[in-house]
Design a protein around this ligand. Structure first.
Ligand SMILES: [Fe+2]
Length: 280
């Protein structure tokens, strides 16, 4: 497997990224969506390199902000400010949150997170399957990692799709019912595969069919799950504090490895966005 694609941010960019501090407790629906100031040539160039990695190859980037020594508030603000240079942030839920803390405790079992062990398919998914349009770019900032494990797993949809049989590929282009299972949330009818774009979350599809009273043929889903469970299809991404993973969310499906939290909790901040035009 290719080495992890890490882009180290120049520390000289820190003052620019710290021009706007978003205070703790600021409403998650109200984070600023524009960059703090028009980006300098240096910051725009750094953002372009990240965008090229996400939108071309390898389809993702780990940005090491080199800012682990900042306070949590400063770190989250700097990462958000960088993200607003790269993307127009978009809401993550129908309730409009623009940034979201991902802090699922591992305390549901003997140090193992419930979600990561919840089903054999590993819960691999696309983010934002219930939005009109899943976000083009998804990002996770690491504020602190778990003591062990918790790596994000990225599975390249382009490869998964090309390895499916034509019958399974065709089956995934037909509409499936999706429902999150939350009371009052919508029932959507949409394809899993649209061109090369994936929109996948098996649990929502099973729930959607149950709610619609429709029979679900799982043959093609099983084939997709089997491929994405192959270790050589999985790119594990371990994140340290102050690193941000960004990826093409309609290309990759993703999940995470189980983790243990003893002295350190796995604390991430999630962001979704539409890439800006950074061409000069
Ligand atoms: Fe996710």
């Amino acid at each position: 497997m290719d080495p992890l694609h890490v882009i180290a941010l120049d520390r000289d960019l820190h003052p620019e990224l710290l021009k706007r501090i978003i205070p703790d407790g600021h409403p998650l629906t109200d984070w600023p969506t524009e960059p703090p100031t028009p980006p300098t040539i240096e910051l725009a160039a750094a953002a372009r390199a990240v965008a090229d990695s996400i939108l071309r190859e390898p389809g993702y980037a780990v940005v090491d902000t080199q800012a682990a020594e900042l306070t949590d508030t400063e770190l989250v603000s700097a990462a958000w400010n960088l993200f607003t240079v790269l993307c127009v942030p978009v809401p993550q839920y129908l309730t409009g949150e623009l940034i979201y803390p991902v802090e699922v405790t591992a305390a549901t079992g003997p140090g193992i997170s419930h979600y990561s062990t919840s089903n054999a398919a590993g819960g691999f998914h696309t983010d934002g399957t219930m939005l009109d349009q899943p976000p083009a770019v998804a990002a996770l900032l690491c504020v602190s990692p778990a003591d062990e494990g918790g790596e994000t797993l990225l599975m390249d949809g382009l490869r998964l799709i090309s390895d499916l049989t034509p019958e399974h590929r065709l089956a995934l282009t037909r509409p499936f019912w999706f429902h999150s299972g939350d009371p009052g949330s919508p029932l959507r009818h949409q394809p899993i595969l649209n061109g090369t774009e994936l929109r996948y979350l098996r649990r929502y599809i099973e729930e959607g069919h149950r709610q619609a009273g429709a029979e679900l043929s799982t043959t093609a889903l099983d084939a997709l799950d089997r491929l994405s469970e192959l270790p050589d299809r999985q790119r594990p991404v371990p994140l340290r504090r102050a690193q941000v993973l960004l990826w093409d969310n309609t290309r990759f499906i993703h999940g995470r490895r189980p983790f243990t939290e003893n002295t350190s909790r796995r604390r991430l901040r999630r962001m979704y966005g539409t890439p800006r035009d950074l061409s000069v």
